[in-house]
Write a protein that binds this ligand. Structure first.
Ligand code: GLC
Length: 618
């Protein structure tokens, strides 16, 4: 690209957003010299962005729905757990392709202190890769190799806080006022205790409170998460600018998707819960515009693990877009509620809510991630059916620990709060589906049933609109890893139970249909292939739920370009017969190729059908 041409492109993008960006910046900071600095740096990052990335930006600008296609399938993993280091990941790209995966989320890989890292979510240098994982050059090489294969790369941008070992934090700790103003420092407990009145706790048992006393500095510092994760003060424009430079620096390393970690927390105000404040949206909106000016090929994935009313606003509006993508967290939690109750009613309701949202909202769908599962369900609806929040959470936690409801699940509680009685849950998908228990007990029938449940859940998840993301190891049914208990840096954090190392020995069996790994892998692979060949899986398809008349059977339908797919998912351990008399037409199951008569069809225990039809009456 000729220089002047590139400049013209930049100017055009800048013109589009400049006035709004300036307006929002001035509204928040009222500081025109800092705004001018931001603009200069944006231009510099644009100039430094390499030709391949600029080409891809231009392509994506012309095809804004590039990430809403039916071939999108993600996988998330810790670089070391998956393949030791960045180079190792590069060497495993063929495996990812076999999994039909074209989107990888590399879990936090930037420099972080050992033992005070929160799985890498305490960054001490935003421009340095953890030494054991490689270097920035390795990252660039990896993203370039991925780009060649059409694999998109996602990384975490942990912008709410830095590690206490970050150079700003070190200077602040030594009493340098300029750096102290980048965090929240207090020399007595008056304001901290006022904040505590309205700010809930994220880690009530592993890291109680929202402030940490620093005896050497004689100050309290705000630490919403762990004591070594110091909250950044975005009221300071220096913090905003510098973090935007870090964001652009990382985007220029070839990252396609920036996951904005813990985004609802980034603005603090006394007498508020310090979550989802108006200014958070201003910052995300500015970030979106900055991205669209400098590197429009990237996507923003917001981590908003909250109830649906709080999540959807992070998409922004059509004219003032914020995140491109958000986690479908309530659906995820409701899915497990459905497993434990064998009652699809709440899930159907939840999916109706999601399906009623504008079609250009893209959700990241998942069964589990690296974090715990919080039981954020629609308790108003459950209450109307006689279920109380506290006792139901208790049931779910008992169920998934394997103590109640005929459960075969295995796993552990997370941050059980003695005050509220609340607890969240940790475990791998396979362990929660019964694969671990069946394996330990050596029961073949139980194993078949567990695999069936695990595959059915994936099939159902793949049918939701958006991008499905697998957790590495789930594709071979990997179970809980209890070795974290022997590691003093991890022992207190039960999330490590489901963050085990990828077991490549097991992965050698992926083509052996007599093994658990072979069964899981083969069947998920088939689902991935179906998903990427059938256009009806595109994110923007019409999607709705279908009443099946059976409490344990979920009916989902999708329609696109004259084609319709009906999914039936049996959440119970016994076969269920449904009679859908008003649905005429010939239905072919995409998995088995069988024709199915909907006037009476029995769905096997934990079974499912992907039924394709030319025309369906709704
Ligand atoms: C996000 C991450 C979680 C981490 C927290 C603090 O919620 O997903 O793992 O503990 O942020 O950075």
């Amino acid at each position: 690209m000729k220089k002047s041409e590139a400049e013209k492109i930049y100017q055009k993008r800048l013109e589009k957003h400049h006035d709004e960006l300036r307006w929002l910046y001035m509204e928040l900071y009222d500081n025109s010299s800092m705004f001018a600095e931001l603009c200069n740096h944006m231009e510099r990052f644009y100039a430094e962005r390499n030709g391949d990335l600029k080409t891809s930006d231009a392509e994506r600008e012309h095809r804004p729905d590039w990430y809403r296609q039916n071939d999108m399938l993600g996988m998330m993993f810790y670089v070391d757990n998956f393949a030791e280091n960045m180079k190792g990941v590069e060497a495993r790209l063929d495996y990812l392709e076999q999994c039909n995966v074209n989107y990888i989320h590399l879990m936090p890989f930037l420099e972080t202190p050992k033992g005070r890292s929160d799985g890498g979510y305490a960054v001490s240098d935003f421009r340095k890769v953890q030494e054991n994982l490689g270097s920035m050059e390795d990252l660039e090489e990896l993203t370039a190799a991925c780009r060649k294969k059409g694999i998109h790369v996602c990384m975490d941008f942990v912008m709410n806080h830095t590690s206490e070992d970050h150079e700003w934090a070190k200077k602040a700790r030594q009493g340098d006022g300029e750096y102290m103003s980048r965090y929240f420092f207090f020399d007595n407990d008056y304001l901290p205790s006022l904040y505590e009145k309205t700010v809930p706790q994220v880690f009530p048992t592993t890291a109680p409170g929202n402030f940490t006393w620093l005896p050497d500095a004689g100050h309290y510092v705000m630490t919403t998460f762990y004591p070594y994760q110091w909250d950044l003060n975005y009221k300071n424009p220096r913090v905003f600018n510098e973090m935007m430079y870090n964001f652009l620096y990382l985007a220029n390393k070839g990252i396609d998707i920036i996951r904005i970690d813990a985004v609802p927390y980034i603005w603090k105000e006394l007498n508020t819960p310090c979550r989802n404040l108006r200014q958070v949206h201003t910052i995300v909106r500015m970030m979106r515009m900055i991205g669209e000016i400098v590197c429009p090929g990237i996507l923003l994935l917001g981590e908003v693990v909250m109830e649906p009313e709080k999540v959807a606003p992070y998409f922004g509006t059509v004219e003032k877009a914020e995140c491109n993508m958000l986690y479908n967290v309530t659906t995820m939690a409701t899915t497990w509620h459905t497993v434990a109750t064998r009652d699809v009613r709440l899930l159907k309701r939840q999916l109706d809510i999601v399906n009623a949202l504008p079609k250009d909202y893209v959700f990241l769908n998942y069964l589990r991630c690296h974090d715990d599962i919080g039981w954020g369900l629609d308790y108003d609806t459950l209450r109307a059916e006689g279920m109380e929040e506290r006792s139901h959470k208790q049931y779910l936690n008992d169920y998934f620990q394997g103590y109640a409801g005929g459960s075969n699940s295995r796993g552990e509680l997370y941050n059980a709060d003695p005050v509220t009685g609340d607890a969240r849950f940790c475990g791998t998908t396979a362990s929660m589906c019964g694969i671990e228990k069946a394996g330990v007990e050596g029961k073949e029938d139980a194993m078949e049933e567990a695999i069936q449940l695990d595959v059915m859940l994936h099939a159902y998840m793949f049918m939701q609109s958006g991008i499905p993301v697998l957790y590495s190891g789930d594709e071979i049914g990997q179970v809980n890893d209890y070795t974290y208990k022997e590691n003093p840096d991890k022992a207190a954090d039960s999330r490590y139970i489901h963050r085990g190392k990828m077991n490549w020995e097991l992965a050698e069996h992926i083509t052996d249909a007599d093994t658990v790994e072979g069964k899981m892998f083969g069947r998920l692979k088939r689902l991935g292939q179906i998903r990427k060949t059938e256009k009806v899986f595109v994110s923007g398809a019409d999607a709705w739920t279908v009443e099946t008349g059976q409490q344990s059977v979920l009916g989902l339908a999708r329609a696109f370009g004259g084609e319709t797919l009906l999914g039936l998912f049996n959440f119970s351990e016994s076969g269920q017969t449904v009679r859908l008399h008003d649905m005429d037409g010939v239905y072919t199951d995409l998995v088995s190729g069988e024709n199915i008569d909907l006037t009476e069809v029995t769905i096997p225990a934990y079974g499912f059908y992907y039924l394709k039809v030319d025309c369906l009456s709704r």
